[in-house]
Design a protein around this ligand. Structure first.
Ligand code: ADP
Ligand code: CP
Length: 308
């Protein structure tokens, strides 16, 4: 049966930790992602792809800073829009090469946030490259960056990550879905904008969590499924320990219990599970699975499903 699916594509699907972030690295990863995504489209489902941009937006910002003697530095929302543009282009190209008959288009998407969001006072979103603890201390001292540990993988620059309140282009996205267009939207959680003192939208320095924005978008376009693709085949309890246990199909109550017991790390699996639990509460299906298992997970034979 045809389903409307919002698919959140993890950062690893575009750039893996340890990779330099060359065009070739990103192209190769996106080609692999397109193999899986095109199978979902071929199966006849309506699809919106929401991608991450943490590594890319950090690198664009850094390029700006390093070139500042010659070229004016652009603010973070401009860097976000650039990341949506180039990742959208790469996805469009790879998907169009596999499915020449399908229309695939990227919507540069703004996401409204609240300037009073407490998150502006506590940066938590890791962007850009990974550093050692020593390098991280030096960068904090010399450049005043806020640095933090990222899920045991090293240290990264942190920026504010407010809650997504509204996807500004949601009506455009719905119209495209109704016209069978595969949509790439809300990349990097959306370009963060907020109402200024005159009530006008204006870009703000933040990077929104793409899993939270994918949840917002899933609700707004009334998708049947929220699917988060990442680099692990399942969610586990006691993850990384000898007694780790794979979760396949779980109830909202069990998922909440495990969440409250701290089985899902902040900044990695935590926000994914929080988004899935909230989506399942609408009586719908939320899935977390590996990129390569997307079609099987939709059919219910792979991944972790929270069933509402
Ligand atoms: N309970 C858990 N089960 C599975 N993976 C977990 C768990 N807790 C933390 N993780 C980590 O979450 C990572 C996926 O999150 P993240 O790196 O943010 O993904 P992405 O960049 O793909 O959005 C996995 O690689 C794994 O190391
Ligand atoms: N914006 C965002 O959540 O990006 P990553 O998934 O790459 O961290």
């Amino acid at each position: 049966m045809k389903k409307r699916v919002v698919l959140a594509l993890g950062g690893n699907a575009i750039l893996q930790p340890g990779q330099a972030g060359t065009y070739e690295n990103q192209k190769a990863n996106i080609e692999t992602s397109a193999d899986s995504i095109s199978k979902i489209i071929k199966a006849g489902h309506e699809l919106v792809i929401v991608h991450g941009n943490g590594p890319q937006v950090g690198q664009i910002l850094r390029q700006n800073e390093l070139a500042k003697e010659e070229v004016p530095v652009q603010p973070l929302p401009i860097c976000s829009s650039e990341s949506q543009g180039f990742i959208g282009y790469m996805l469009q190209e790879s998907l169009k090469n596999r499915l020449p008959e399908k229309n695939v288009a990227t919507v540069l998407t703004m996401t409204e946030v609240d300037l009073k969001d407490e998150a502006f006072n506590h940066p938590t979103k890791p962007i850009g490259s990974f550093y050692t603890e020593e390098e991280s201390q030096k960068l904090a001292e010399e450049k005043g960056w806020v640095m933090g540990e990222d899920a045991g993988r090293g240290y990264r620059r942190l920026v504010a990550s407010p809650e997504p309140k509204q996807i500004v282009e949601v009506d455009v996205i719905k119209t495209m879905l109704e016209n069978e267009i595969v949509v790439v939207s809300t990349g990097g959680g959306g370009i963060p904008v907020a109402k200024n003192a005159e009530g006008k939208l204006e870009g703000v320095a933040a990077v929104i969590d793409k899993d939270s924005s994918a949840l917002r978008l899933s609700k707004d376009v009334a998708s049947d499924v929220l699917m988060i693709l990442t680099d692990v085949p399942n969610v586990y309890i006691n993850y990384g320990q000898e007694n780790q246990e794979k979760l396949e199909s779980i109830s909202i109550e069990k998922a909440e219990q495990y969440y409250n017991e701290g089985h899902f790390s902040d900044g990695s699996m935590g926000p994914k599970m929080a988004a899935c639990i909230e989506f399942a509460k609408l009586g719908k299906t939320a899935i977390i699975c590996a990129l390569s298992d997307a079609v099987e997970a939709l059919e219910g034979t792979a991944g972790t499903r929270i069933v509402g």
